[in-house]
Design a protein around this ligand. Sequence first.
Ligand code: ADP
Ligand code: MG
Length: 332
Amino acid sequence: MPLSTKRLFKVATLISLFLLNTAQAEWYQENQAIMGTRISVELWHDDPATAKQCEEAVFTEMHRIDALMSPYKEDSLLAKINREASKQPVKVSPELYRLIEQSIKISELSGGAFDITFASVGYLYDYRQHIRPSDEEIKKHLGAIDYHHIVLNPNDLSVEFNSPGVRIDLGGIAKGYAVDNGIRILQQCGVKNGLVSAGGDSRIIGDKRGRPWMMGIQHPRKKPGVAVALPLSDIAISTSGDYERYFDDEGERHHHIISPSTGKSASGVISASVIGPEAIMTDALSTTVFILGTDKGLALIEKLPAFDTIIIDDKGQMHYSSGFQAPSEAGR
Ligand code: ADP
Ligand code: MG
């Protein structure tokens, strides 16, 4: 039966609508400076207006987390905890409570290498001004570094410090947490291929439409430069390095990753990357592996089946956990 002109017209309209839709599907990418770092959102979408809205929603979420958790903003809830929790319990939001609780769990997991009370000494450093505490100052404050000083009360969601001079800082976990929230927003937008990154913490949804995302690990001593590029999909990756916030003084590098046992910058490793399902964990674990050093760092990651690590030590030697095959071993 021949098609009527009307039907033909309908079919033609449907085809052109379909073509229009697929023609519009494309990659959208936007960067903003938030939380003292570069936030990047990338996604594949067929509607420019929705893509824009979703990107904006991610940036809004980053601003919200920054306002809540920045130790530098006097009106943040975190700053309030640091001012008052040594004197009396401070009630916090369920969100902040959970994050502190999670940080303590990672302290336990890492034998105290990851410890948000590092800030009890950490606040004495100012990397931009090249200021660091003297040995006497460190000695005076070192006793305040111990996550056991944090007393959480689940009944009223309060936080108290059972010792004077204790401070906390969520800088080793907050960006990963923010990236996970950003990814959730993209998922709610229906995004099937996308990326959210905050400085050294990234998470990706799906692949790059038929090929993996190539995620480069920054070369710790060559900028710009990539130490290794990993083909990845549906995963989070975090890198901690001694080259982001630091200054060199008398041949010694002072950077922002602090060993809780000494109150000084951790040494032995210059870059630690961790991959795994969620950025909150890869963020905290990259900082942890950096502090633990090559042997203990590898041993910890081997105990956690969902995670893998690539470590670059201070001799430039690369170390891979067993989930990765070192390139030289690939052909064996
Ligand atoms: P970046 O902030 O560049 O992503 P990292 O993920 O390596 O880097 O985290 C470094 C941050 O972690 C520091 O800026 C500080 O806020 C925090 N931090 C430093 N030492 C410790 C520690 N021992 N335990 C927990 N957090 C730490
Ligand atoms: Mg980290």
